[in-house]
Design a protein around this ligand. Structure first.
Ligand SMILES: [Cu+2]
Length: 196
């Protein structure tokens, strides 16, 4: 009967919306906290860069996204981008931290990352939205074909973070992708621009 069906379903819908709002807000806080206390960029930054990132992250999911982009472009350990004066490349002892959003949907943000030839980068991948993602990085042909043995972190669930460290000591080209079923085909991939 319509009445008995419509009332419970609207309650369920409200609960789902509430859960999404709450989790999005919690994620924003987590990003802000992480950039200050545990992520290398925040730790090494101190001062103005670290504080700025934290303030931007406090605004919830959208604020957190701003923090991510700021972290890549103007974060403490990446005050300058590869190929520009003053850039300090990551090493195996002190990898450069690069943050990436997986999702929402079948996309990575950013979709293009610049890396200095030979440097070591720790990719910190956060999954947004309700899909479970993977993150694979390496030579472009291996990534495109999902070649066994190519470095990868898998099962990155909603609001989860997983890290993967990779050294770009080959000739390239390099790329990254998600090979959860159907995701790569839907366009979930990114390009590494090698400089230096
Ligand atoms: Cu995916």
């Amino acid at each position: 009967m319509p009445r008995r069906i419509s009332v419970p379903s609207s309650v369920v819908l409200a609960a789902v919306v509430l859960a999404l709002v709450v989790s999005a807000a919690a994620f924003g806080v987590a990003v802000a906290g992480g950039s200050r206390s545990s992520w290398p960029g925040g730790m090494m930054g101190g001062g103005n860069a670290g504080g700025g990132g934290g303030m931007m992250g406090g605004g919830g999911a959208r604020g957190g996204y701003g923090t991510m982009m700021g972290g890549n472009g103007a974060g403490a350990s990446a005050a300058t981008q590869p190929g520009t004066a003053g850039f300090v490349p990551g090493t195996t002892a002190a990898p450069r931290s690069v943050k990436i959003y997986a999702g929402p949907g079948y996309s990575f943000s950013p979709a293009v990352i610049t890396v200095a030839r030979g440097e070591t980068v720790t990719f910190v991948v956060l999954s947004m939205g309700g899909l479970v993602h993977e993150f694979m990085v390496g030579p472009a042909d291996a990534v495109a074909s999902d070649l066994a043995g190519t470095p990868e972190v898998a099962d990155i669930g909603m609001m989860q973070t997983k890290s993967l460290t990779y050294t770009f000591d080959g000739s390239g080209p390099y790329s990254y992708a998600c090979h959860a079923t159907g995701h790569y085909e839907a366009g979930m991939r990114g390009t590494i621009t090698l400089v230096g």
